[in-house]
Write a protein of this length. Structure first.
Length: 190
């Protein structure tokens, strides 16, 4: 899912960047625009912001998996009782019907929880990518200003960029500096 989201974002960026690139080339026919690239995936994986968000996402995922495992365990326990003829013989017809109803209820709850789980994870992933995209965009603007670039594209929006055009490490450094600054400014709770 993450790759398809990144692909969609990259395709949109390419559609947006192509006319901008052509316009910049036409406006500056005397000098070609200075262009650089940023590997968004690398920035997400290596920056402190990205690592924090990945850890938060994994925590959410583990929390939700725990709830799912509890429901699955309850279903498995009930299923084993259904497969035990001695246990079923010991139950009254009312108790057996109640157990079957409980089984159906838990099974439905499990389906709902799984659906909510995937929806929540997808929403969290989209929010994380959006927030990180905004941070990378701001850092890219700063890097362009500092280094005199006219345009900084995501590597996902192009097929090839010369290695010397890659500003990913600079963006990671800028993000890490901003992250450290925010952490120092945060009041510590004791």
């Amino acid at each position: 899912m993450k790759k398809s989201i990144l692909f969609t974002v990259a395709a949109l960026k390419l559609l947006i960047a192509t006319p901008l690139l052509l316009a910049a080339a036409d406006a500056n026919t005397a000098s070609a625009p200075k262009i650089a690239s940023v590997d968004f995936k690398k920035v997400v994986e290596e920056s402190k912001y990205g690592k924090r968000e990945q850890a938060n996402f994994e925590g959410l995922k583990k929390q939700m998996e725990t709830v799912l495992e509890e429901k699955e365990k309850a279903l498995t326990d009930m299923e084993s009782k259904f497969n035990d003829p001695d246990y079923l013989d010991s139950l009254s017809p009312e108790a057996e019907n109640e157990m079957k109803n409980n089984f159906r209820t838990i099974n439905q709850e499990l389906g709902q929880i799984q659906s909510q789980y995937y929806q929540t994870l997808n929403q969290a992933n989209m929010l994380i990518l959006q927030q990180l995209g905004e941070l990378v965009s701001k850092s890219a603007a700063q890097a362009a200003k500092d280094s005199g670039f006219d345009m900084i594209l995501s590597t996902e929006s192009g097929f090839y960029f010369a290695p010397n055009l890659d500003l990913s490490q600079k963006i990671i450094s800028l993000l890490n500096e901003q992250f450290d600054k925010e952490q120092k400014e945060k009041p510590t709770s004791k």
